[in-house]
Design a protein around this ligand. Sequence first.
Ligand code: SF4
Length: 464
Amino acid sequence: MAPSSSGVVVASLPSVFEILKPAVGPSSSHTLGPMAAAQAFARLAADRGKPGDRIRVELYGSLAFTGRGHLTDLAVAAGLAGYGPRELAGTSLEEVARGVREAGRVRVEGRDVLFDLDQDVVFDATAKNLPHPNTMRFSLVASDGSGVLSETYASVGGGRVAGGTFGELDASRAEGGTISMSRVLAECERAKIDLAEYAYRHEEADHAHTRSAVDAHLGEMWGMMRESVERGLAAEGTLPGTLRLERRAQGLYARFQKALPHFHVLSPEASLASIYAIAAAEENAAGGAVVTAPTCGSCGVVPACLRVVQEKMACSDDEILRALLVASLIGAMIATNASISGAEVGCQGEIGAASAMAAGAVCALLGGNPRDQVDRAAESALEHYLGLTCDPVDGLVQIPCIERNAAGAVSALNAAGLAMMSAGGDRVSFDAVVDAMRRTGLDLDARYKETARGGLAAATDLGG
Ligand code: SF4
């Protein structure tokens, strides 16, 4: 890597536009990623296809095991019909998919392409030697059965897609990345800048994003995060899916406001962070609009922590946006050097990553210095999630996912608080714990990587 003209080492870290982005629940890797792949393939199909052609989709690995609970087939239908998270505002995956099912076709760029939602999406849990645990193949088939076009994609976490039209799968990630936090910290010290400033320069140098574009994006994401918490606090009823789980955030918030004594075993801030995290996570489980941070399943952790600190410390929105940049930088680091995909490394890559992002962001918001406090906060938060399994009951992003957001938020606040009180001298670096997370993820049995075949998913009989 060479220093860029801005003086920042050019690093191929994902942009803040990739780590924090608009989404619809319940899953970034199983809903958002397949929707994006379907959108891309539909454009190819419209370009290369002929009347009478049909689109077929095969979902493999974790997508086959938990795709139904994560609405992957509906997301594929919506994506083929040209819908992304923004276009879904005011409607829902179910509604769009119903239209596609009834039509038996999707209309792409003025062309009709045949697609039977019930017949043309195959969940194949038997395929072996996949290039990625979340692999999908999209094919365009002529009316005589001959293949016209085929693309293989992988949903690599947080809604990001690799392969096919998105570029080759990056096999080197299995060996770990090369963009270390220690290098970023050294760069900050050399240039006498903080991590948020580093992130701004990185966006400019690597992704050609101006500061005003980054600020506008962060402002929109912070607004969406707050709205997801607000909607979650106001909503009642039952979440979709076989578990028939009652929403809890509204009742918890009402009882918190009555200041029932047993709510304050910890600090009021810890209780509030838990409730806010549950509110956003319930919105996600209901298929609502959320922000990946870094994923949909873990979308409640970062907004909950930042909202609590903003309320307590009266931080400005500008300060929050800088903290979000730090959160994104930490998430990008984990995505590059390990993974933010539950199907690749288990829940340590989702709730663990979110907790590290929130801890680092809160620490930066409180004025922590990058090396001795922000790095330490993120490290400490992630360290205690090493080995955490992804075991969603009935393949739904509900149990244990919703409460894990609360746990992730509280442990992030704890990690940030301890880091702020620390006098330096941490024995484990953030880079070391990310590497440990990557290696632990590789060692985890497939039953614990978003297949709903192990852990809590196998130990309970809660489904319908
Ligand atoms: S258990 Fe964790 S990684 Fe798995 S779906 Fe739930 S939140 Fe995502």
